[in-house]
Each structure stands twice: as structure tokens, then as C-alpha cells.
Design a protein around this ligand. Structure first.
Ligand code: HEM
Length: 147
């Protein structure tokens, strides 16, 4: 070596491509969830309808909260950017508070996780890095499901 500083091992945040890579994963997840809400017998539509209605407007009415999805997206990027060891700071609600009143079911969680998996695959995240991210995600299961 000989340098003054050892290079720190890359964090999961680094390996996912830093903020840009995480944003791409989150945008893919959101696109996949959005597409799933449009299929017949969608599993995700029930829980997401209030947000979709607020963003899109109902029956030709103006949207009541056009930036709601964008706020969720930015909060999610911050949350993962922090949880994977990056320099971002999550400023959103706790997972329990964010999902309270939604009554998210185990089935809904598992379909949501499939949308995440598809985004991780299209972003070419390695099996190892996916496993590490799923530890973080699955730790939140009890705060997300059943409230
Ligand atoms: C571990 C898994 C999950 C994580 C990490 C997560 C993360 C988040 C985050 C960060 C927010 C925004 C909180 C805020 O803005 O303060 C949020 C909101 C939301 N989540 Fe999740 N979520 C997860 C699972 C789910 C599942 C399984 C569903 C439904 C099937 C779901 C539906 C929603 C909806 C509908 C909102 C929001 C919002 C609104 O009304 O604006 N989430 N989630």
C-alpha cells in the first residue's frame, strides 16, 4: 500500500450505483407497480388507489395532490440511500406510520416484492447485492404488513 488512506470497501450503496443507481431501481419499481395496478384483477390497485386518484384526479376533476407520488419516490430513494450505507437521509414517515390504515396483506407484500425483483434484475443488480438489499427490505415487513 503506502498511501495515507486505505480505500474503504464499497458499501451496498456504492455497489448499487450510488444515488443514481438507487433512483433507477426505485423508478423501475414504481413503473412496475403502476403497470400492475392497470392489469385485470390487479393485486396492487386496492392499496394504491387513494394515491393514484390524488395524482391523476377522479372523473375529470383536477388532481388533489399532483406531487404525492413524486414525494414517495424521493423519500424512498433517500430511505434506501441511507439504509444501504450512503450519505442520504430519510425524512419521511416511519414504515409503520406510512402504511397504517392500508391493511397491506402478505399477498400484496409479496407481489410488491416481485415488482422490486423485476426492477433489480433490469438494473442488473447481482444476486449477492439483491440478497443484501432483501435483508433490509424484509426487516420492514412487520411494520408494513397487517396495519
Ligand atoms: C419493505 C417494503 C416497503 C417499503 C420500504 C416501502 C416504503 C415506502 C415509503 C418510503 C413510503 C413513503 C413514506 C413517506 O412519504 O413518508 C411509502 C408509502 C406508501 N407505500 Fe410503501 N413500502 C413498502 C411496501 C409497501 C407495500 C407492500 C405496499 C402495498 C402493497 C405499499 C404501499 C404504499 C403506499 C400506497 C404508500 C403511500 C402513499 C401515499 O398515500 O402517499 N408499500 N412506502
Amino acid at each position: 500500500c503506502g498511501g495515507k488512506e486505505e480505500a474503504a470497501a464499497p458499501t451496498l450503496y456504492d455497489r448499487l450505483g450510488k444515488t443514481e443507481g438507487i433512483a433507477s431501481i426505485v423508478d423501475g419499481l414504481i413503473a412496475n407497480v403502476g403497470a400492475e395496478t392497470a392489469v385485470p384483477n390487479s393485486v396492487m390497485l386496492r392499496s394504491h388507489k387513494p394515491m393514484l386518484d390524488a395524482v391523476n384526479g377522479v372523473n375529470g376533476q383536477a388532481p388533489t395532490d399532483p406531487t404525492r407520488l413524486q414525494r414517495l419516490r424521493n423519500n424512498f430513494v433517500d430511505q434506501l440511500g441511507e439504509a444501504t450505507g450512503g450519505p442520504l437521509t430519510y425524512k419521511g414517515l416511519s414504515m409503520l406510520t406510512a402504511h397504517r390504515g392500508m391493511g397491506v396483506t402478505a399477498k400484496e407484500f409479496s407481489v410488491w416484492r416481485e415488482q422490486l425483483e423485476a426492477s433489480l434484475n433490469s438494473n442488473k443488480v447481482s444476486a449477492n447485492d439483491k440478497a443484501e438489499l432483501y435483508v433490509i427490505i424484509d426487516n420492514m415487513y412487520n411494520d408494513v404488513v397487517g396495519h
